[in-house]
Design a binder for this molecule. Sequence first.
Ligand code: ZN
Length: 255
Amino acid sequence: MKTLYTIWIFLFGLIFGSFLNVVIYRLQQGLSIVFPGSSCPACKKPIRFYDNIPLLSYILLKGRCRQCGSSISWRYPFVEGLTALCLSALFFKYGLSFQFLNYGILVLFLIPISFIDIDKGLILNKLTIPCFILGVGLVLGFQFETWENSLFGAVGGGGIVWLMGFMGKMLFRKESLGFGDVKLLVTIGVYVGFPEVAICLFLGICIAGIFIFGGLILKKLSFGNTIPFGPFIALGTLVYLIWGPSLVNWYMGLY
Ligand SMILES: [Zn+2]
């Protein structure tokens, strides 16, 4: 039965992912998210509903616009698939619960925040602020974790990143972490509490470290490149939400 529900969540996830593509594209252009309907970025012609089916349309159209034939970025189906996978994984882990609702909402914000950070190097208030407010509402409304824990998460998460940025500035004499990263950690802290937020951040730093190390070895990166940190924080959070408790147990088992 759970498998059947997971498939449903996956299909809903694809639809959410399709909407997140719109959010990622339009927030960067300063356009309205709800109006008008989707159009091809190249020829501007409206995309017909039957050409707008997540994943499937991309495959059927072989990644090209039906009307002008220009290629559609692989990122559209990627974001759709990623959103669907994340929500299914959370559902598989938490079932139909407040935790699933809470973490699901957080992930639905983390995805556009990450992709806009990759594109623009900015973490938009237009996403972090609504995410923060919703998180506070969820904690106060459903109380599946205490508001104190949530508050510690927000202050702790934001505080640690602020301190890291401050020390980075002292050491390297340049801005290494932006205020956007601080706001992002405050927001994640509201959803996951303390010390979970610190674990999410730690995992994010580890993933970033592996990425930078790999990039330097493969010569895809050089010293002096600026790398958006938001996507790594988001990845660390995702890893924690899906594998977290077992990961912590495994780590503790090492001693
Ligand atoms: Zn077109």
